[in-house]
Design a protein around this ligand. Structure first.
Ligand code: AMP
Length: 408
């Protein structure tokens, strides 16, 4: 990897600015706001602990939800997050209820090696004196410069916001000598970036989910990079319609048919479509179903999952894969009767990971939910943590948060 990582930095005695992803869900309990799911804080611990062990002085910050008014600020302080972090680290964490100013500066100056400070929600800067000015979200150059002045080096471990150019990532990086990736960010660059830039072949991409329109750029980009692109889920029916097949009441985007035709023509046998479906007479787990074959789906029915022949076809395409990227379910996996296709792909990915030593990567919110529901997340190589960021990475876009990390 050509990017600087936290392990390349001299950290002893340094004020280490750390952009983390502490955008965690909160809830109220006995009149107190607490963190209701600490997964993201736990995920950030390795980088934080490393910085502390090396004798760095950690200055942590993150956004928390969106702030559009002064009122929003009331329930969205980082204070409960700092408390949770202290519990998880087993050491005190200083919380400063400010994003700038003398109190924050004094607290940073008072830090000793191995100590931790968390400052207030970076998006509080989006509303100043009741006016929505988006200093953080629109990357106000003065704000990035100010935050950069508070530290000696910058570690960015927040992949979830890497597709945004904000003051707390790109803004700081533009004003400090060294910006390095934390361990989480490093992993995302290594696997997602690695798959798209220099995959071990054969490289198979599996794209599913509801809509062609959401994923069209990903399909186009991956058709350029991958050896095979499997398309499943609701979006496959627009491709079927483009091929002249009947699709009944299945999901269909009429305005994408021409594009689908064009892709089918250009891609040739690189594009692999389902050959059968589980068709239902209603969008309901208990709907009446039948096995629809190559001829398509009859009127009054909709395809809600791929059928057994498609599963076999997709498995055969995956059989010798060395790199697999998966985004989007093969059917309505939230309903058990239409989860088989998604489940089978999850199981096949586990198999190629074990048997081929393949690198298997899952990106995007719904696919991550699917592999977690299937209970196979820990048997695949990498589950991306960033929804929007991982989609844009797969689309081949430059992510400002990653571009801003220093080269080695
Ligand atoms: P996405 O967010 O684009 O990855 O889409 C995920 C959603 O697509 C899930 O909620 C699935 O239930 C839905 N989905 C997948 N296949 C189908 C289908 N054949 N018909 C309707 N919805 C589907």
């Amino acid at each position: 990897m050509a990017k600087l990582t936290v392990e390349d930095l001299e950290l002893k005695g340094k004020k280490v600015l750390m952009r983390v992803d502490f955008n965690v869900p909160l809830k109220e309990e006995n009149g107190e706001v607490i963190v209701s799911n600490d997964n993201r804080i736990v995920a950030a611990l390795p980088t934080i602990k490393y910085v502390l062990e090396q004798g760095g002085r950690a200055i942590l910050f993150s956004h928390l939800a969106r702030i559009k008014s002064e009122d929003d600020k009331k329930g969205l302080s980082m204070k409960p997050v700092a408390q949770k972090l202290a519990d998880l680290l087993g050491q005190p964490v200083t919380f400063v209820p400010a994003t700038e100013g003398p109190e924050l500066e004094a607290a940073i100056d008072g830090l000793e090696d191995g100590q931790v400070l968390v400052f207030e929600n970076t998006r509080f800067e989006d509303v100043v004196d009741g006016v929505e000015v988006k200093r953080e979200s629109k990357n106000d150059p003065e704000l990035g410069k100010y935050w950069a002045s508070l530290g000696d080096v910058f570690v960015n471990d927040a992949f979830g916001t890497a597709h945004r150019s904000h003051a707390s990532n790109a803004g700081i990086a533009a004003n400090i000598e060294q910006t390095a990736a934390g361990f989480l960010m490093e992993k995302e660059i290594k696997f997602l970036g690695g798959a798209v830039e220099k995959p071990e072949r054969p490289f198979v991409a599996i794209i599913g989910g509801a809509k062609v329109s959401d994923k069209i750029t990903i399909i186009q980009n991956l058709l350029k990079k991958a050896d095979k692109v499997i398309v499943g889920g609701g979006m496959a029916y627009t491709f079927d319609a483009a091929n002249g097949k009947s699709i009944g009441n299945s999901l269909f985007e009429e305005d994408k048919v021409e594009l689908a035709k064009q892709l089918i023509e250009e891609a040739g046998d690189k594009l692999v479509l389902p050959v059968d479906a589980v068709a239902a007479d209603a969008f309901n787990n208990d709907a009446d179903t039948y096995a629809a074959g190559e001829e398509g789906i009859k009127d009054g029915y909709m395809g809600l999952d791929i059928g057994p022949k498609s599963i076999e076809l997709f498995k055969s395409v995956l059989a010798d894969a060395k790199t697999v990227v998966w985004n989007g379910p093969m059917g309505v996996f939230e309903m058990p009767n239409f989860a088989k296709g998604t489940l089978a792909i999850g199981e096949e990915l586990v198999k190629v990971t074990k048997e081929n030593g393949a690198t298997t990567i899952v990106g995007g919110g719904d696919s991550t939910a699917a592999v977690q529901q299937l209970g196979v997340a820990d048997q695949l190589t990498h589950i991306s943590t960033g929804g929007g960021a991982s989609l844009e990475y797969l689309e081949g876009k430059t992510l400002p948060g990653i571009a801003a990390i220093s080269e080695k």
